[in-house]
Design a protein around this ligand. Structure first.
Ligand code: ATP
Ligand code: MG
Length: 243
């Protein structure tokens, strides 16, 4: 059942919105989408943006750091949620972060505090100018990679969270899972994010099944079960099955 008290942002993915998130992700929050390589982090994030544009008339933007914009569009174009018109009308935009870094003189090995301030200012400007309600950073791991130390990374993430909060937007930050530890990311990004969506694969019988689990989401009750997830030509779908 939807919780009417909190303003929520629907992913447009059945079962995830209604069964797991009680109506959607609370607005003004930053959610980590984590898991190992190939589990569907980019697909889930893009589907969230396209559904936002086509079903809820909300503007979305993705900063890519690991794939080129043309490659990402080519891959995502294979899914039925991809909507060329949304791209043409700038309802969904893809920005190559590496091009932005180049323009800003930030194509260097390590960032200074001033670089990090400029980066936050640019993000804030873009979110404001395009009235972005759904933001994806793919991946946050790559974005913080050149920041000098853990404290500065934390400070950066707090301030990024403030930008999202002030715009009443939702940000999905993708990250590679930390292997062999109790943590979801190497850098402890999960402690600063308001929510964690964990994607993984598990062996059931002799097949490998995908799954999605909302591990935390501040400000709302939610289902914490690991739900079976499939990726098809329609994109990501969840089944009622839990593990
Ligand atoms: N058209 C399709 N139909 C079904 N499954 C697909 C299709 N296209 C891609 N996939 C599956 O989706 C996976 C890719 O998902 P995605 O790129 O979203 O993962 P990711 O978690 O972002 O990976 P990475 O960490 O490498 O960035 C592929 O490994 C593939 O198994
Ligand atoms: Mg990816």
């Amino acid at each position: 059942m939807d919780d009417p008290v909190i303003d929520r942002c629907k992913t447009g993915i059945p079962v995830l919105d209604d069964r797991i998130l009680r109506g959607g992700i609370p607005r003004g929050t930053m959610v980590l989408v984590t898991g190992s390589s190939g589990v569907g982090k980019t697909t889930l994030s893009c589907q969230f943006l396209f559904n936002g544009a086509t079903m809820f008339n909300e503007n979305g933007l993705l900063f890519t750091l690991t794939e080129s914009v043309s490659q990402m569009k080519r891959f995502m174009n294979q899914f039925s949620f991809y909507d060329e018109e949304a791209v043409e009308k700038k309802k969904v935009q893809f920005f190559d972060m590496r091009a932005i870094y180049k323009q800003m003189g930030m194509d260097k090995d390590q960032y200074t505090v001033s670089d990090m301030n400029s980066l936050l200012r640019i993000i804030d400007e873009i979110v404001t100018n395009y009235n972005i309600k759904r933001l994806v950073i793919d991946s946050i791991t790559a974005m913080i990679f050149r920041m000098p130390d853990k404290e500065k990374i934390r400070d950066f993430l707090y301030r990024l969270g403030n930008i999202i909060f002030e715009h009443n937007a939702v940000a999905l930050l993708t990250a590679e899972e930390a292997s062999g530890t109790r943590f979801y990311t190497e850098q402890g990004i999960e402690f600063i994010c308001d929510g964690i969506i964990f994607l993984t694969e598990r062996e059931v019988g002799n097949t490998l099944l995908r799954s999605l689990q909302v591990v935390k989401l501040r400000g709302t009750a939610h289902n914490r079960s690991e739900h079976e997830m499939v990726i098809t030509q329609s994109g990501i779908a969840l089944t009622e099955r839990t593990f």
